[in-house]
Design a protein around this ligand. Structure first.
Ligand SMILES: NC(=O)c1ccc[n+]([C@@H]2O[C@H](COP(=O)([O-])OP(=O)(O)OC[C@H]3O[C@@H](n4cnc5c(N)ncnc54)[C@H](O)[C@@H]3O)[C@@H](O)[C@H]2O)c1
Length: 261
């Protein structure tokens, strides 16, 4: 029997990549999963991989009405909510010196405001549910280290970490934990490595564990927060990054042996 038998979950950005991997894992552990995404085709693939435990809902997290409709559907169908993974996100490249206003606004609208509004919209259902309840937001190691090319993205993810701490303080009164996961490079369409083995190798060289992460690695961290194993953990930002955060931005990681050469 799975550890989430009888539990109900919402995962946003579940039409691809990390969100799909998380939705599949939560369902495999016994949860009923409302899988949400703006991408209807991606959502259909996730739903078919999961089967009857999945309730796919087309949602734009940057749109309050869309989120409200999704929350009513979750309330009327599940009647409870125990795990919320606010994970939908986008990325636009742009240097701090010339990042276009449109790119800044779009990234902040989805990654920061969308994540916040997701948490705010689903909070009442979670507050009125029983047992271990956890909100998990997807931040990024970029929130903790930054890079020249992704000023809007880095700012949005740093915003998520601050927002998560504020929510953790407030929702502790209801027994709800709120944490963020900060993924390192995970091999999804967002990372954009595609078929380029050269790029994959170059990125992997920066990671002490010498590989890119997979959505399943993030799903493992979500499982920790989703179960009472993490009952006394709130307000944290957990890097799941193969050790990338220990390494200076842009440089290849060298093992002690390589450094000695
Ligand atoms: N892949 C990485 O290396 C990496 C690293 C750090 C953080 N992240 C974060 O992980 C999360 C998932 O990213 P991923 O790598 O799986 O990318 P992805 O592009 O595969 O998945 C993101 C999903 O979010 C959905 N989405 C985008 N805008 C939306 C909106 N307005 N409403 C609803 N859904 C929307 C997309 O349709 C997509 O299905 C994002 O928040 C991303 O910033 C990814």
């Amino acid at each position: 029997m799975g550890r989430l038998e009888g539990r109900c979950a919402v995962v946003t950005g579940a039409g691809n990549g990390i969100g799909r991997g998380v939705a599949i894992r939560l369902a495999a552990e016994g949860a009923r999963v409302a899988a949400m995404d703006i991408d209807a085709d991606g959502l259909a693939v996730t739903a078919s991989e999961i089967g009857s435990a999945c309730m796919p809902i087309e949602v734009d997290v940057a749109n309050d009405d869309s989120l409200k409709r999704a929350a009513s559907e979750v309330e009327s169908t599940f009647g409870a909510l125990h795990v919320l993974h606010a994970n939908a996100g986008i990325s636009r490249r742009g240097l701090a010196s010339d990042c276009p206003r449109e790119a800044w606004d779009a990234v902040l609208a989805v990654n920061l405001t969308g994540t916040y509004r997701t948490i705010q919209t689903f909070f009442p259902i979670m507050r009125d549910s029983d047992g271990h309840r956890a909100m998990i937001a997807t931040a990024s190691v970029q929130a903790l280290r930054g890079s020249a090319w992704t000023v809007a993205y880095d700012a949005s993810k740093a915003g998520v970490t601050g927002m998560v701490r504020a929510c953790a303080h407030e929702f502790a009164a209801y027994g709800i934990t709120v944490n963020a996961i900060a993924p390192g490079p995970i091999d999804t369409q967002m990372l954009g490595v595609g078929d380029s083995e050269a790029r994959r190798t170059r990125l992997a060289e920066r990671v002490p564990l010498r590989r890119l992460g997979e959505p399943e690695n993030i799903a493992g961290a979500v499982m920790f927060f989703a179960t009472s194993d993490s009952a006394f953990v709130t307000g944290h930002v957990m890097p799941v990054d193969g050790g990338l955060i220990m390494n200076a931005p842009g440089t290849a990681y060298r093992t002690p042996e390589e450094r000695g050469k």
